[in-house]
Write a protein that binds this ligand. Sequence first.
Ligand SMILES: [Zn+2]
Length: 157
Amino acid sequence: MSDWLKEVEPLTLKGQIAVPYTWWVGETGSRFLISLRDDQKILGVKCSKCGTVYVPPRKNCGRCFVDINEWVDVADEGVIEAYTIVHYSNPVQPVKAPFAYALIKLDGADVGFLHLIKDNLDKLKNGLRVKAKFKAERSGHILDIDSFQLSDAKGGK
Ligand SMILES: [Zn+2]
C-alpha cells in the first residue's frame, strides 16, 4: 500500500443502477405461461420414472435426472403448506405489503407452488385450502394469477 493511502480515510458512496432486461423463459416456461394467459389453466409436468408432478413445470426431474415430457393439468386450488407474511414494502417484491408468500400444494401436484396471498392474512394457517384468482388482463406472466384466496375462511376442507 502506498504511504499516502495510509492517511486517507476509505470513502464509499452508494449508487444505484437500473438494468432492464428480457429473457426467454424456454419452451417449458412458455407453455406454462401461455396456458395461464390464454386458458387460465395451471399446467404441471409428470416424471415418467418416479411419477412426481411438478408445478411450475420443469424440463428434468430433480430426483431422477430424466427429461420430462408429459404435461398434466393440475387444479387451480390446493392447500397451504407454508407461508410467511410480509409487513414491509420493498421495490423487489411483486406487490405492496402486507401480503403473504405461500407454498401451495395444488391438487394433482406433488410439490409446492410459490405464490401470493393478499387477503385474510390474519386467518392464514397451514392446511387451509386456497384457490387461484386470475387477473382479467393477462400477459403471459406468473402474476397472471393475481393471488390465491382462501376457499373457506373458517378452515380446511
Ligand atoms: Zn422422477
